[in-house]
Design a protein around this ligand. Structure first.
Ligand code: TGC
Ligand code: FAD
Length: 392
């Protein structure tokens, strides 16, 4: 069943808190998702491929770098607009949202925040249109939750650097034209740099057989004595805080995005429950179905308010990393629980590709793992409130 007749749940009239610009951008992305994503997304997932023709359309829709200034090809909008775009894209599929959030938060953001003016002008406008696709290399085969222990290294050779190492689980690496990569220098300081496809010794093998985010490319980044020109180094940040600041932006987008997946599941389950007759009654009339629907809507509503308040704070440059962690953790778990519960309302029909629940549920298993696992975010909250780090 296509979800084009979508009724977005807004139980507490949150719409009244959004500006006309917010509603306009949300509406245009929602229409685009109805038109370009919903009709093809199940096939794309079944075929384990990202619908690459959507990249250019995403660029035209302003989904890449919405908060980046217009001078660099972005839309110069605020963080709530970014969040709403992520929400609408993830209603379509987490893989589509991943494409846009990696391009925005993990590629455009670091080049804008830590790059030179030349780097900004060279890459950002083309990333904004989708002419260039980027990726972000932080995780390594043996260093996931603990990126500070990374072993990928750069060595300064005077007029260039030599990069050696490997990154794993990298969204878009198999199709990316370039990547923002994090590696340690001779002094064990984390540095960010731009690596381009075609550089000798740089390969991006694809990760296959995923049961999650099937409409998204994932792969490795392997560096074997890759020559990195000096002008590709991001000069304006050093240390782990560089990649972590990118993650703040991406986690913020996820906290909003997953609400879209949950809203989709709720809307489909509610409609189905009114149409499906068992024991001569719509299943919506049974108390246990009502309990599921009422609890789902309650949790969606709480997540919507958390995201909205986080957006206000981020617009005022007051959102802390720990607040972002809490919102990412809470909202992803809410969306995963919603996908599971709403799938049950559909009974056997819920396991088919005619409905979106299983696809969202499988996608959300990645979302609850990447950008910091559920438990890592709990420990970040624990550290913030106790002042004690459970990591080291
Ligand atoms: P720790 O000693 O706590 O911190 C080291 C330095 O980093 C700073 N920092 C932050 N700065 C800004 N924002 C944050 N959120 C920050 N978190 C830490 C910190 O202040 C310190 O700075 P300085 O100047 O004092 O040196 O670091 P730790 O080694 O103990 O690790 C802590 C921990 C667990 C919080 C962190 O490493 C973590 O969050 N781990 C999870 C890793 C993660 O999220 N990886 C994501 C990879 S990218 C990805 O998944 C993309 S998916 C894309 C998609 O498809 O959508
Ligand atoms: P591990 O760190 O090995 O963790 C395994 C388990 O141990 C988890 O349950 C974790 O919570 C737990 N654990 C670890 N440390 C602690 C602790 N201190 N206390 C308690 N429990 C702990 N990375 C990128 O850099 N770029 C990308 O574009 C990217 N895209 C991704 C796309 C997909 C589809 C996926 C699945 C991952 C992607 N990642 C990416 C990697 C992702 O960020 C990591 O998978 C994640 O950070 C967790 O690392 P790990 O898988 O190595 O798990």
């Amino acid at each position: 069943m296509a979800t084009i007749n979508y009724n977005a749940p807004d139980y507490f009239l949150l719409d009244e808190l959004f500006s006309d610009e917010h509603k306009l951008v949300r509406g245009s992305i929602r229409d685009w998702v109805n038109r370009s994503v919903i009709p093809i997304i199940d096939d794309a997932c079944q075929n384990h491929t990202f619908p690459r023709h959507l990249i250019k359309e995403l660029g035209e829709m302003g989904a890449f770098g919405p908060y980046i200034p217009q001078k660099y090809g972005g839309a110069g909008m605020d963080h709530i607009a970014y969040g709403l775009i992520m929400q609408e894209l993830e209603r379509g599929d987490s893989g589509i949202r991943s494409m846009a959030s990696v391009q925005t938060s993990l590629v455009m953001y670091p080049i804008y925040s830590f790059g030179t003016e030349e780097q900004r002008m060279k890459y950002l406008p083309k990333l904004a249109t989708g002419e260039l696709v980027g990726c972000f290399g932080l995780t390594e085969p043996n260093h996931g939750s603990d990126p500070g222990s990374m072993i990928t290294r750069i060595v300064d050779k005077g007029d260039h650097y030599i990069l050696n190492g490997a990154k794993m689980w990298i969204t878009n690496s198999p199709i990316a034209d370039m990547g923002v990569v994090w590696a340690k220098d001779e002094n064990a300081i984390v540095r960010g740099m731009i690596v381009e496809r075609g550089m000798k010794g740089f390969t991006t093998p694809e990760t296959l057989k995923k049961w999650s985010l099937r409409a998204s490319f994932t792969g490795e980044m392997v560096f074997d004595d890759v020559v990195i020109p000096k002008e590709n180094m991001l000069p304006n940040v050093q240390g782990l805080k560089g990649p972590m600041m990118c993650l703040n932006s991406a986690r913020f987008g996820i906290a909003w995005g997953v609400i879209g997946a949950a809203m989709d599941c709720y809307d489909v389950a509610l409609k189905y429950s009114k149409e499906r007759i068992q024991f001569k009654k719509p299943i919506a009339a049974f108390q246990l179905t009502q309990k599921k629907l009422a609890e789902i809507l309650t949790e969606i509503t709480k997540a919507q308010f958390l995201a909205w308040r986080l957006g206000v704070l981020r617009n005022e440059n007051r959102a802390t990393p720990a607040q972002i962690s809490m919102a990412k953790r809470n909202n992803v778990k809410m969306a995963l629980d919603t996908a599971r519960e709403s799938r049950q309302i559909l009974g056997a029909m819920g396991i088919t590709g005619d409905f979106p629940m299983m696809r969202h549920m499988m996608n959300l298993e990645s979302v609850i793992t990447y950008e910091g696992t559920h438990d890592v975010h709990l420990l970040i909250t624990g550290m913030d409130i106790t002042g004690e780090s459970a990591f080291s």
